[in-house]
Design a protein around this ligand. Structure first.
Ligand code: PEP
Length: 248
């Protein structure tokens, strides 16, 4: 089964008009492979800027978060419609920084994922275990629980990309080994086979995220269940292009 290689760039709460224009310009000037799907997720205030600056056909823009309602008295929240109105096509949901710092629950993340899909956004659904959970050997149980919250209420997974991001690997410089990532991705796909069916499970792209950079991205090349990357820190740097090209 050939799944299109996918690279997401999560800028987190970083950037200014000037720096985001520079990053998008850098992508515009790069010779990007036609067969790699790229999504950049700047902070919400810069979505329109990233959309208007982007000239690459293979690059789309996404939000880092959305709410599970269309509009109303939800101060500070952003609706999928508003994200779409700015020309963005994607959103992240369930990033571990939102799960741990903002205390978003599995069910809330699932509700946002469902609503975003219904409103026509594609979703990068982030899952992954903490260091304590890894030490307790419950990595796949945690991923299964986070996925099940979504599969309970979403049956069509064609517009979902799963990003497996072990929390201990995010922003730490300590990436999972390619073998570890492959083993977990394989387990995630096996679990999805049971919950959303074999046909959908073999089509869902599963990205690895956590301290991916221009140097280590190529090491995941021969891992059959690693369908791309979600990149934080390195997506702000020129090496993001090396990650996009890491499967060439
Ligand atoms: C992320 O924020 O999704 C991420 C993977 O961060 P980093 O690449 O910096 O570890």
């Amino acid at each position: 089964m050939s799944r299109q290689f996918f690279v997401g760039g999560n800028f987190k709460m970083n950037g200014t008009k000037e720096s985001i224009t520079k990053i998008v310009d850098g992508l515009n000037k790069s010779d990007l492979p036609e067969n790699v799907e790229v999504v950049i997720a700047p902070p919400a205030p810069y979505l329109a800027l990233a959309v208007s600056e982007n000239k690459q056909k293979t690059v789309e823009v996404g939000a880092q978060n959305v709410f599970d309602k269309a509009s109303g008295a939800y101060t500070g929240e952003i609706s999928p419609e508003q994200v779409k109105d700015l020309g963005a096509k994607w959103t992240l949901t369930g990033h571990s920084e939102r799960r741990t710092i903002i205390k978003e629950s599995d069910d809330f993340i699932a509700a946002k994922t469902k609503f975003a899909l219904e409103q026509g956004l594609k979703v990068i659904l982030c899952i992954g275990e903490t260091l304590d959970e890894r030490k307790a050997n419950v990595t796949l149980d945690v991923c299964a629980r986070q996925l099940d919250a979504v599969s309970k209420i979403v049956s069509d997974w064609s517009n979902i990309v799963v990003a497996y991001e072990p929390v201990w690997a995010i922003g730490t410089g300590l990436a999972a080994t390619p073998d570890d990532a492959q083993e977990t991705h394989k387990g995630i796909r096996a679990h999805l086979e049971k919950t959303i069916g074999a046909d959908q499970a073999k089509k869902v792209r599963i990205l690895y995220g956590g301290s991916v950079n221009g140097k280590n991205a190529g090491e995941f090349k021969d891992k059959p269940d690693v369908d791309g990357f979600l990149v934080g820190g390195a997506s702000l740097k020129p090496e993001f292009v090396d990650i996009i090209k890491s499967r060439l």
